[in-house]
Design a protein around this ligand. Structure first.
Ligand code: 5RP
Length: 218
């Protein structure tokens, strides 16, 4: 099966299990960002009557949701969410993730933190034994880019500025290459202490609760 078909299958499985038949009934759903989530949004459309509204992690996902007739709320107006569905760039056996390939990591982490259940939808290429083959995205305040980069080099990473990309929050992204992340919870905590970092694309302290790979749930 192609990678795109596996993404579509994971997205449709999430809609089937968690929206059509799950405990989620008529509430507000958290929706992430990326090509897998685009399949999820498209698969959600026939069930729009079961959804009161969505909270989204990016302008791109908000536009797509609205075009399909699903209201999008600000998180401040929504309160706690029952369910958040999003993709990932890498996922280990403990459901810890690297996210931010689409530069939406800050809002993704916020919506995940505000949600009781985080369902991650991926294709099999995203599954890894050790996180870090995919360069770790880090959102930084623009004036702190070099400062943060030097701190990361001191920790053993190789940061590369994602030149030309500005996040929905007006910030920049450093992608850290050649990091074999054997202790993701500790690394996330260490990086969170560096002044100028807004968000680290490691979702280790708050991993996914459920991961759907194609039509398999792990
Ligand atoms: C965006 C993300 C995405 O979830 C991640 O990049 C996966 O994207 P895709 O579904 O297109 O493979 O974290 O910031």
């Amino acid at each position: 099966m192609s990678q795109d078909n596996e993404k579509r299958l994971a997205a449709e499985t999430a809609v089937h299990r968690y929206v059509e038949n799950g405990t989620f009934k008529g509430g507000i759903i958290g929706v992430g960002t990326g090509s897998t989530v685009n399949f999820f949004i498209d698969a959600l459309a026939p069930f729009r009557d079961k959804i009161k509204a969505a909270v989204s992690s990016s302008e791109a996902s908000s536009d797509r949701l609205r075009k399909l007739g699903i209201d999008v709320l600000d998180l401040n107006a929504a309160g706690r969410l029952d369910l958040y569905v999003d993709g990932a760039d890498e996922c280990d056996a403990q459901k810890r993730l690297i996210k931010g390939g689409g530069a939406a990591l800050t809002r993704e982490k916020i919506v995940a933190a505000a949600s009781d259940k985080f369902v991650c939808i991926i294709d099999a290429s995203k599954q890894v034994d050790v996180l870090g083959t995919f360069p770790l995205p880090i959102e930084v305040i623009p004036m702190a880019r070099s400062l943060v980069a030097r701190e990361i080099v001191a920790l053993g990473g190789q940061p590369v500025w994602r030149d030309g990309v500005v996040t929905d929050n007006g910030n920049w992204i450093l992608d850290v290459h050649n990091w074999r992340i054997t202790q993701p919870v500790e690394l996330e905590a260490t990086l969170n202490q560096i002044v100028g970092i807004v968000t680290v694309g490691l979702f280790a302290k708050r991993p996914a609760d459920v991961v759907i790979v194609g039509n398999r749930e792990i």
